[in-house]
Design a protein around this ligand. Structure first.
Ligand SMILES: CC(C)(COP(=O)(O)OP(=O)(O)OC[C@H]1O[C@@H](n2cnc3c(N)ncnc32)[C@H](O)[C@@H]1OP(=O)(O)O)[C@@H](O)C(=O)NCCC(=O)NCCS
Length: 321
């Protein structure tokens, strides 16, 4: 019989084994993923740390761990004014079984009671995008798609010649133009139908400069008649992406924008190609990006080059409950 218990240290090894076995299957289908998460030890410290501080559960049958779930609870103003909880892609897993849907349902029911009792009304979970069981279960549990993480092997992409457009690395003299693109992307993300909230309306100049120009970051731009019309920013060995794509040879992308009047002519594709070439020359094996699923232009563009690897879905529980 299925039983849900608090996730304590004694279950960490079994939980990490289950995660690593499922990750191996994911990597078989996506060989560009880092190999390091195939070793159960890779997530043991993270599991130990998260279960110490947050409500966490295991699903058991007799002495056997069938699955587990845990997440970062008590996140202030999480996607709204309420407290929230985020369950990363390694914060849950289950044995392959016909019972998987039930295992997850019971784990979520057990934990969401504790989260809501602590006024954590916003729940977000990341899972492998091809996992149709979890997709359907969380859809039925009132979750909707928020963010897509995409992945591609670092290899050259096709580009086309463009008249009067120069693609090059950004230099500090380009900062005023980049700052304009930064304003535009924020306005784009803030407006209907995306409504992405940014706590600070105006970026701090020095902070913004260091986002575009620092030792780990490379910013590539397209320039037309002296005006910067497109930009993609990348970084070696890190990025804003889910944990399972992170490694020292992952090229992360955290900014992409083309001026509205210049879109659809292949400009961003050319800028991306330059960034990929830089990644290739610096030993990067995979490239990762994430974007809001409500951002139609971003989804159309990135999914031409990247395949979805993780979906993050979100639910807001009625706070009057
Ligand atoms: C996403 C974004 C950067 C794409 O920029 P872009 O310069 O329009 O991109 P491209 O022109 O290279 O590619 C876009 C389309 O043009 C098409 N295209 C037209 N001519 C082309 C050519 N000669 N070569 C390549 N692609 C061409 C592509 O097929 C592509 O079509 P698709 O989107 O239907 O797949 C841009 O839409 C944008 O800035 N959006 C708003 C900000 C944003 O959402 N940024 C991403 C945040 S995560």
């Amino acid at each position: 019989m299925l039983k849900i218990l608090a996730f304590t240290d004694e279950y960490i090894k079994d939980a990490a084994d289950i995660f690593a076995d499922n990750y191996k299957l994911l990597r078989e289908a996506n060989p560009e993923l880092p190999i390091k998460y195939e070793k159960p030890d890779a997530i043991v410290p993270a599991l130990k740390n998260i279960i110490e501080r947050n409500p966490s559960a295991v699903a058991m049958e007799g002495d056997r761990v069938l699955g587990y779930m845990t997440g970062y609870a008590g996140i202030k103003e999480y996607k709204g004014s309420a407290l929230g909880v985020y369950i990363p892609e390694w914060g849950h897993s289950s044995l392959a079984s016909d019972n998987k849907e039930l295992i997850y349902y019971e784990l979520y029911s057990y934990l969401s009671k504790q989260w809501v009792e602590r006024k954590n009304y916003t729940h977000c979970i990341t899972f492998y995008s091809k996992d149709s069981t979890l997709k359907e279960l969380f859809y039925n549990l009132c979750f909707g798609l928020l963010v897509i993480d995409g992945l591609m092997p670092v290899q050259q992409i096709k580009t086309s010649e463009m008249d009067e457009v120069v693609i090059r690395e950004a230099e500090s003299r380009d900062f005023p133009g980049l700052s304009e693109l930064d304003k535009s992307i924020n306005a784009h993300l803030n407006k209907s139908p995306i409504f992405l909230y940014k706590p600070k309306a105006e970026a701090d100049i020095e902070e913004l400069k260091s986002e575009f120009f620092n030792d780990e970051v490379k910013t590539f731009i397209a320039e037309k008649q002296g005006k910067i019309v497109s930009c993609i920013r990348g970084m070696l060995g890190k990025g804003p992406n889910v944990d399972i794509v992170q490694d020292k040879d992952t090229l992360g992308i955290d900014f992409g924008y083309t001026s509205a009047d210049m879109r659809g002519s292949g400009i961003a594709t050319n800028v991306l190609a330059k960034l990929i070439e830089w990644g290739l020359n610096n030993g990067m094996k995979r490239c990762a990006v994430d974007f809001e699923s409500q951002n139609r232009e971003a989804a159309a563009f990135w999914l031409r080059h990247f395949k979805p690897i993780c979906h993050s879905v979100i639910r807001k529980v009625d706070d009057r409950v």
